[in-house]
Design a protein around this ligand. Structure first.
Ligand code: PEP
Ligand code: MG
Length: 556
């Protein structure tokens, strides 16, 4: 009997196929390998899969696999596994345990980007185990919907694209690697579907709608027809968005806004520019600090930042000072557990207890700038008031004294704490830019913890209160004689509706995941600037985010 399971929309499109559950039962057929041989073979297999993605033009996704290839030979994974074998553990158990240990250190950071790395490590360990057991890689026999708890990117790439109709996951989030990869490969996907694997185990067919976030178990004729027309509509939309990917971000009457990219790893920079980014509007630097037993030194950090500055050429790169602490603990920083980590010792608030962290990072940014001859923009997260700004400016001054020949950086802050909105007129004249972090600003303005899924409906940045906050920041910057640019780098900037409102509120730059470029540019190009100004004005007087969304999608 047909029944529906609800999940989270992860990649648009619709599909019907036979359920194929990952991981499949072992198939045998290949030679058994030792731990070291299997680790080496895993690196080779992963490199081949990366090459397959590159050949299909998916540079950024190939880089996920490059990182995994390095993990296969990483002493942090292999050395403990060898030690466990020497202590008497069976090799498969040893690599599994070593992989779990590394994965858990990523997970402890409670950051979506970094927990994606936990899945990557587990995938590498599973691949090594499969190679040790002499099992062949997984294969689809017919058109299938792949079902799993989480699906490693390497497996997605390994499966025949002609037969891979869709992906349905019991776990995962919109930002997990499985979701990112399915979006860029155009494979419809739904994640976070409770009870999926049990239901799929007895099903003859599965349908899924990646826009609605629905999995249909044993779809009947009606449901199959609905899914087919949803698939057609999604295909048309994707083609239309793709045609806009590399155009400027501009309204139909030519009002231009900078289209910048958010990245969380230096290797993503080149792909962001290839996808049409005009700048890096947010380079999250937490990657440099994650999964390590000790703090990264100045040299290591400088190398990473230089990679991005080089990829950017003359384009602006906003490097954000590290935003950790509270909900994102690190093994080398003794941070007390806190009852309210989002209101706790986070980001620049860590400076008091860990006075070396930010000065080293600021110097590393300037060193990268000196080495590449490119000016960097330094951005501080969680600035609440002028005292925080004094600290940031002092840190930058001290770094400039230490690296006197580096090009002078642009200095800016994230506006994500409500007090910074109220004080924007005091902060703006002292800054070159402000970037509004609507993810945190929404949670703080609406008192709705962004990690609490029970409050998901309350965390909508289209809320009129958030729109009014953005409007008042823009106004404050205009009063500072326009010398302080205003960007937005929260998820709102990558939502076609959010982007239209932000342009109507007159922000100068939108920074988003590169995959959103096409849809955002197409939506913005359909309206004049005056239309967007009117929509944004009206939206500030509405009573709910739903009313705001409806007014932009179908204006009166
Ligand atoms: C934000 O808060 O909107 C933001 C971009 O920063 P993060 O999501 O990294 O907290
Ligand atoms: Mg933030």
């Amino acid at each position: 009997m047909t029944r529906e399971l609800r999940g989270v929309p992860a990649a648009p499109g619709a599909a019907v196929g036979a359920p194929w559950i990952h991981p499949p039962a072992g198939t045998g057929g290949a030679a058994r390998l030792s731990l070291d041989e299997a680790a080496e073979a895993a690196a080779v297999e992963i490199a081949e899969l990366g090459a397959r993605l590159r050949a299909r033009g998916h540079e950024a996704e190939a880089e996920i696999l490059d990182a995994q290839g390095l993990m296969a030979g990483d002493p942090e994974l292999i050395d403990p596994a060898r030690a466990l074998v020497e202590a008497g553990s069976p090799p498969a158990d040893a690599i599994h345990e070593a992989g779990e240990r590394v994965a858990r250190t990523f997970e402890a950071l409670d950051d979506e980007i970094l927990s994606a790395r936990a899945s990557d490590v587990r995938d590498v360990a599973a691949r090594i185990i499969r190679l040790m057991a002499g099992e062949a890689p997984p294969r689809l026999e017919r058109r299938s919907v792949v079902v799993a708890l989480d699906l490693p990117p390497s497996v997605t790439v390994e499966l025949d694209p002609e037969l891979l109709a869709g992906i349905a996951l019991e776990g995962g989030t919109r930002t997990s690697h499985a979701a990112i990869l399915s979006r860029s490969l155009g494979i419809p996907a739904v994640v976070g579907v409770a009870g999926l694997r049990d239901a799929a185990g007895t099903a003859a067919a599965l349908g899924l709608d990646g826009d609605a976030g629905v999995v249909v178990v044993d779809p009947d004729a009606d449901a199959t027809a609905r899914l087919a027309s949803a698939a057609d509509a999604a295909g048309e939309r994707a083609r239309a968005d793709a045609a806009f990917g590399e155009r400027p971000l501009a309204t139909s009457d030519g009002h231009r806004v900078i289209c910048a990219a958010n990245i969380g790893d230096p290797v993503e920079a080149a792909a962001a520019f290839a996808a049409g980014a005009e700048a890096i509007g947010l380079f999250r630097t937490e990657f440099a600090f994650a999964g390590r037993g000790t703090a990264p030194d100045e040299e290591t950090q400088a190398r990473a930042y230089a990679t991005v500055l080089r990829a950017a050429g003359d384009a602006d790169v906003v490097v954000r000072l590290v935003d950790i602490g509270g909900d994102k603990p690190l093994p080398f920083l003794a941070i007390e557990p806190e009852a309210n980590p989002f209101l706790g010792v986070r980001a620049i608030r860590l400076h008091e207890r860990h006075p070396d962290l930010l000065p080293i990072q600021a110097r590393a940014i300037l060193r990268a700038s000196l080495e590449t001859g490119r000016r960097a923009s330094i951005m501080a997260p969680m600035v609440a008031d002028e005292a925080d700004l004094d600290l940031v400016l002092r840190l930058v001054d001290e770094a400039r004294t230490a690296v006197p020949d580096a090009p002078a950086p642009r200095v800016g802050i994230m506006v994500e704490v409500p007090s910074a909105v109220l004080l924007a007129d005091r902060l703006a004249p002292r800054l070159e830019f402000m970037s509004i972090g609507t993810n945190d600003l929404t949670q703080y303005l609406l008192a709705a913890d962004r990690s609490n899924s029970a409050l998901a409906a309350r965390q909508d940045p289209l809320h009129p209160a958030v729109l009014r906050a953005v409007a008042s920041v823009v106004e404050a910057s205009e009063r500072a004689c326009g010398s302080c640019e205003v960007a937005v780098c929260g998820e709102m900037a990558g939502d076609p509706v959010g982007a239209q409102l932000l342009i109507g509120l007159d922000v100068d730059e939108l920074s988003m995941e590169p995959r959103s470029f096409g849809a955002v540019k197409r939506a913005v190009a359909a309206r004049t600037h005056a239309e967007l100004v009117a929509l944004a004005e009206a939206a500030q007087g509405m009573s709910s985010p739903a009313a705001v969304r409806a007014s932009v999608e179908t204006p009166a």
